[in-house]
Design a protein around this ligand. Structure first.
Ligand SMILES: *[C@@H]1O[C@H](CO)[C@@H](O)[C@H](O)[C@H]1NC(C)=O
Ligand SMILES: *[C@@H]1O[C@H](CO)[C@@H](O)[C@H](O)[C@H]1NC(C)=O
Ligand SMILES: *[C@@H]1O[C@H](CO)[C@@H](O)[C@H](O)[C@H]1NC(C)=O
Length: 501
């Protein structure tokens, strides 16, 4: 790739870069998959847009990650027939001992029975007592209704859990009264109440509200719908891939899904309108009440897991390292025609550890530390002084695949412009003041994937404002690219929460 990585600034600063050349770092991809060997996606010169750090297949969509007996598993939605979404979706399966190198395995679930005749759609894994992993997934049945099914490993002693057996009593849950057969999907990881009752929520849309329908079971097989949903929100549409999990209020460690006591708060995440939104609140495990600090408002002030292309995220508790890890699917911006030509579409985002911020109001996330093992070909630049309006190119790296750490040192902050953050929507600022609009403190940051003339580039940039008695850092990202000769601007809004400096 002849794309560059450049720094651009409006004032002097210091910076530090750890770059890696990631041409050798394709471990997260599935290069050892013999089923894909003949596919042109594996020829890098012909497929410059394949990633090196990200888990990627021909086509993927997230189901659920899992840790079991020393092995990490990723189950993902995969269309064996096409680079586009379609009928016949399966649960593809990969496993890893180190979260970096992945082994592609046979599909865990493929359509075969009346209860999943058309497709095996998303769901989750749960580890039952006695260290017994199970899958709950949505089947598209022969009548195109969405139903929930159970599957268990054929042999729990198989370290990679390759073969899965569908329960003969499927389906376990069918669309209840008032719920359309195409609005009932994506069971969460189940959790257990103090009396041993299992609970799970199913994403839905009913009475013009996005809903997390709650089911309970004593034995994981016979499920009864709770009269009240665990949560519903009028300002939301159909909930896909809901996720409900506890986060510690005192530690960055994760906790198991069944923990519900004063040491934790609970996060309810739902995917709708192409984004992953969440609310934080208190969960009463006995009364089955989830009381969030605030409801979804249907505005851009609702908390999102990520502000880029990012959907259908799922978390799991990694009992090996006591982390809660979040993994999401990245839908690209390519057209269906482009996807068909490439022969693939979609990839997994970088997996992140998630925890609760000190104020207990929102999630904090950081790439899993295993990712550092992919670092190679380090490029360090220290104490670089960047004058206003300057652009500085980092040499010695492949800009399309680089892991960067930067530290900016900013002088004379007191002259920063004022912004009343309670009145101003940060998304609008990113949108209206793109990387070409100069301000008092910013923009400064990175141009990634930049052509020499800078007409095609992805800017990741910052602006600093004063707001009452603190400074606020605004982070935006924006893509500008050339499409078949004509110039297109794809602004992509990105906001990192206000940070005290
Ligand atoms: C289950 O897997 C273990 C470990 O691979 C193997 O030794 C055993 O023979 C398998 N059992 C059956 C019934 O296939
Ligand atoms: C299923 O569970 C419900 C609620 O606990 C119970 O009333 C019903 O008898 C159970 N059905 C079976 C077949 O066990
Ligand atoms: C994925 O991206 C395509 C192209 O940008 C868009 O048309 C589609 O709605 C997206 N799908 C989801 C589920 O976000």
């Amino acid at each position: 790739m002849d794309k560059s990585l450049l720094f651009f600034v409006g004032f002097s600063c210091f910076l530090l870069i750890h770059g890696v050349k990631a041409e050798d770092c394709n471990h997260l991809t599935e290069t050892d998959n013999t089923r894909f060997q003949s596919f042109k996606a594996l020829v890098p010169e012909e497929q410059p847009y394949r990633t090196a750090y990200h888990f990627q297949s021909l086509k993927n969509w997230l189901n659920g990650p899992m840790y079991y007996n020393g092995v990490y598993h990723l189950f993902y939605q995969y269309n064996p027939h096409s680079a586009l979404f379609g009928e016949g979706m399966v649960w593809a399966h990969s496993a890893s001992y180190d979260f970096i190198n992945w082994i592609s395995l046979d599909h865990a679930l493929v359509p075969s029975e009346p209860f999943d005749a058309i497709s095996c759609w998303s769901g989750s894994t749960t580890i039952l007592p006695g260290n017994k992993p199970v899958i709950l997934y949505t089947g598209i049945d022969a009548n195109y209704n969405q139903v929930q099914n159970l599957a268990t490993p054929k042999n729990r002693s198989d370290p990679l859990l390759v073969e899965w057996v569908k329960y003969s009593g499927n389906p376990l849950m069918t669309p209840p009264n008032g719920v359309n057969g195409d609005n009932f999907r994506d069971p969460t990881t189940a959790w257990q109440g103090p009396d041993g009752t299992w609970k799970v929520v199913i994403g839905s849309y009913s009475n013009k509200q996005g809903v997390a329908i709650l089911y309970q079971s004593k034995d994981f097989v016979n499920w009864t719908m709770h009269p009240e949903p665990l949560y519903s929100a009028s300002k939301t549409t159909m909930w896909e891939c809901p996720d409900f999990f506890p986060v510690s209020i005192t530690s960055t460690n994760g906790v198991d899904a069944s923990v519900a006591n004063p040491s934790v708060r609970h996060v309810m995440k739902a995917s709708f309108n192409s984004h992953d939104y969440y609310i934080v609140g208190t969960y009463d495990n006995e009364q089955e009440k989830f009381l969030p600090d605030a409801d979804f408002t249907g505005t851009s002030s609702d908390l999102r897991i990520d502000y880029g292309k990012f959907y259908a995220s799922k978390t799991f508790f990694d009992s090996k390292t006591n982390r809660r890890i979040l993994w999401a699917w990245v839908n690209e911006s390519d057209s269906s025609e482009d996807d068909k030509q490439k022969g693939w579409s979609g990839l997994q985002a970088i997996p992140r550890k998630v925890w609760l911020d000190r104020a207990g109001k929102q999630l904090v996330q950081w790439p899993v530390e295993e990712l550092n093992n992919l670092r190679d070909n380090q490029v360090d630049i220290y104490g670089k002084h960047l004058a206003r309006g300057s652009i500085f190119e980092v040499s010695g790296i492949t800009a399309s695949q680089v892991d960067t750490e930067i530290m900016f040192e900013l002088p004379e902050l007191e002259e920063t412009g004022f912004m009343d953050t309670s009145l101003v929507d940060p998304h609008l600022i990113c949108d209206r003041q793109d990387s070409s609009v100069t301000g008092k403190y910013g923009p400064f940051g990175l141009f990634a994937l930049a052509t020499k003339d800078l007409k095609e580039r992805t800017a990741i940039f910052f602006r600093i404002f004063r707001s009452d008695n603190r400074y606020v850092v605004l982070m935006c990202s924006e893509q500008k690219r050339l499409v078949t000769g004509s110039f297109h601007n794809y602004p992509q809004l990105c906001y990192e929460s206000s940070t005290l400096i």
